[in-house]
Design a protein around this ligand. Structure first.
Ligand code: ATP
Ligand code: MG
Length: 427
């Protein structure tokens, strides 16, 4: 095949009988797309996380496909498809709830009018098409640049990705001093994959993060939101948080929290973050839903809690203080990461409802139970009780209260462990 010969000295081919990727572990929709492209005379490969995860024997989250067909040619082959993206034009092919992303091989043409960069070298738009070996070196990490060719089921490695997968390390393709400025989000991707795969970040890729971290400040807040959610919904949020601190990246995501951490943070509040992230990971790993509103409520709670306690010492008036502080803290946060309103509102409601959990008399509990944000606020409160930020009995009391008041969604935290008991009043 033309492409293979052209770069044969860089290319390692692992034939089908020497790797364990089987078509059985590839989704039917991805196979359908691969075969149809191939039958129409195009080159078609599975690429990226799909190949990487299958080699590591992890079930891939999604399947990405790379081809020599142009977006228009792909579009013409699949009725259920549409062209998306401006920075990178891609085709999305829909099969029910499944979406397969098809990218045309990208070429290397820095002078082309189709590749736009800004003064820092950040790529704003890049739609120059090219050959597969050019496509490989434009990807971020070597482990993400392996191709599974549907033509003969071989794995193609142009960048030494197989060795790096074996050594369990993330190596940036090319020079970090060029590749991070081109797209600073690659630094967050390094952290995410290191946490997800339990890989180390290779020395120069790691060093580059310290040198170029500040470039994250120029990423549009909407893209930052997507990345933050991928980081904290990865099922490895505890590790992600550690790595973000280690690589000094937290200040570009949640600057107020980063400042709070510099300033002798309280042990119990550190435990709170840790426990809340453990809880989030558990939920993700057992298929329960998690909300960005909850994540931001957790990450900003140390700051909101501290500032509200500074302006208000009377617990009765704490709700107002939390509302006021919550608004200012959120206003600053959304300048860095644009949080859709329903999630920022949810975080603020979680905060301001915390003092209400102390009120276990009269009609107040029933009112709180009716709040739309009740479940998340209750989870949040229980985590606070676990680390000593709120009285331990409150979590028990509210768990039982929900059981008695016929909440259809069983409170999992307590209900699983304890048999139903009569309601007790918290004093
Ligand atoms: P996962 O889907 O498990 O999060 P992935 O590696 O598939 O991981 P995607 O975001 O789906 O990541 O991207 C697919 C592939 O596209 C990557 O594996 C990589 O080869 C390439 N890619 C994605 N984002 C970038 C980027 N910012 N710079 C260079 N290449 C990228
Ligand atoms: Mg993917």
């Amino acid at each position: 095949m033309k492409n293979r010969e052209a770069s044969a000295d860089h290319l390692t081919v692992i034939p089908r009988n020497q790797h364990h990727i089987s078509r059985k572990s590839i989704s039917d929709s991805a196979l359908k797309v691969l075969y149809r492209l191939s039958k129409s005379g195009h080159r078609a490969c599975l690429v990226g996380g799909g190949v990487r995860d299958l080699l590591l024997e992890i079930q891939p989250k999604d399947f990405d496909i790379a081809t020599d067909a142009t977006p228009e040619e792909v579009r013409a082959l699949f009725k259920n498809s549409r062209i998306i993206g401006r920075r990178f034009r891609l085709v999305h092919i829909r099969f029910g709830r499944d979406i397969i992303e098809v990218a045309t091989f990208r070429g290397h043409d820095e002078d082309s009018a189709k590749t736009e960069t800004n003064d820092e070298g950040r790529i704003l738009r890049d739609n120059t098409f090219g050959e597969i070996e050019e496509d490989a070196i434009r990807r971020d990490f070597t482990a993400n640049a392996l191709y599974y060719d549907i033509h003969d089921y071989a794995v193609l490695d142009y960048v030494g990705g197989l060795q790096d997968i074996e050594a369990r390390q993330l190596r940036l393709i090319g020079d970090p001093a060029k590749r991070y400025p081109e797209d600073p989000v690659r630094m967050l991707r390094a952290v995410r994959f290191a946490a997800k795969l339990d890989f180390t970040i290779e020395e120069s890729a790691a060093q580059g993060i310290f040198e170029h971290g500040h470039l994250l400040a120029v990423i549009p807040p909407a893209r930052m939101f997507d990345e933050v959610i991928k980081l904290f919904h990865s099922g490895k949020a505890v590790r992600v948080f550690e790595l973000l601190r280690e690589y000094r990246l937290l200040k570009y995501l949640v600057p107020a929290l980063d400042e709070w951490l510099q300033d002798e943070p309280s042990e119990s509040m550190l435990d709170f973050i840790d426990q809340a992230l453990v809880n989030t990971d558990d939920r993700v790993n057992t298929g329960q839903p998690v909300s960005p509103g909850f994540i931001f409520a957790v990450l900003l709670w140390p700051v909101v809690h501290q500032q509200a306690s500074q302006i208000q010492s009377d617990r009765q008036k704490m709700i107002g203080a939390l509302m006021q502080v919550g608004e200012t803290v959120m206003k600053r946060q959304v300048r860095h990461v644009s949080i859709p309103r329903r999630f920022s509102q949810m975080a603020r409601d979680i905060w301001s409802s915390q003092p209400r959990f102390h009120r276990t008399q009269g009609k107040q509990p029933l009112r709180l139970l009716g709040y739309p944000v009740f479940r998340a606020a209750y989870d949040f409160m229980c985590i606070q009780t676990m680390v000593g930020l709120m009285p331990h009995r409150l979590c028990h009391w509210w768990t039982e209260y929900q059981l008695e008041h016929g909440d259809s969604k069983q409170p999992e935290r307590e209900a699983r462990k304890r048999p139903r008991r009569r309601r007790r009043r918290a004093s």
